[in-house]
Write a protein that binds this ligand. Structure first.
Ligand SMILES: [Zn+2]
Length: 208
């Protein structure tokens, strides 16, 4: 299994090998008939270990298109995604687990045919990146920071202030209002606090 590495290292490798990578998200494409499928509802946030979910679980939970793209690192056809022209304010979440990934404020028109963002919602937690050497290319794959769903790739030809372009498949995204992100953050804060308190050693009894 490839371990997540820092985005800086990932880019250093990619830029050195593939300076001027073509504007694309990836190779194989799903067929036209599947591109019109409805997005499933984003599951409610609850305390589960998403990383331990099996392929069997995801196959049952997701549409065939979502399973192909999000769980098998596929790519939806360009200019077919539901969120390509979505300009509504709010946040974009993982369609597999509901994790908050991108703020709509960072979405921009890239002309590539896939939803594009110049930054992630939270630098540390929203997404993870891996070097992806599939299909004879060296790219930086972006996956959900919570459930490891494949989301797309990130390139260094985005606009300011980051210069990054997160090229993301619509089928891997859901759209939610900002109130969702607020509740989600409160949930995570509570979860972290519970975990921290459960890790604290029990107070020692005084012995003489
Ligand atoms: Zn996820």
């Amino acid at each position: 299994m490839i371990k997540p590495i820092s985005i800086t290292v990932a880019f250093a490798v990619v830029v050195s090998l593939f300076f001027g990578t073509p504007a694309q998200c990836g190779s194989p494409k799903v067929n036209k008939h599947e591109s019109n499928q409805k997005h499933i509802r984003v599951p409610h946030v609850h305390s589960v270990n998403w990383k331990k979910k099996t392929k069997k679980y995801w196959k049952k939970k997701l549409t065939s298109k979502q399973f192909y793209v999000c769980r098998n690192a596929g790519t939806e056809m360009s200019f077919t995604g539901k969120h390509l022209r979505n300009k509504k304010p709010g946040v974009f979440v993982c369609s597999s687990c509901g994790h908050v990934l991108f703020d709509a404020k960072t979405k921009f028109k890239s002309g590539t045919g896939w939803p594009s963002f110049y930054d992630v919602y939270k630098k540390r937690d929203s997404v993870k990146v891996h070097i992806d050497k599939s299909y004879g290319m060296v790219r930086v794959e972006v996956v959900c920071g919570r459930c490891n769903a494949h989301l797309g790739h990130v390139f260094r030809d985005g606009p300011r202030p980051t210069g990054l372009r997160y090229c993301i498949n619509s089928v891997c995204l859901g759209h939610r209002p900002y109130s969702y992100a607020k509740k989600y953050e409160a949930f995570l804060k509570k979860k972290r606090a519970n975990m921290a308190s459960s890790r604290k050693p029990a107070p020692r009894s005084k012995s003489k």
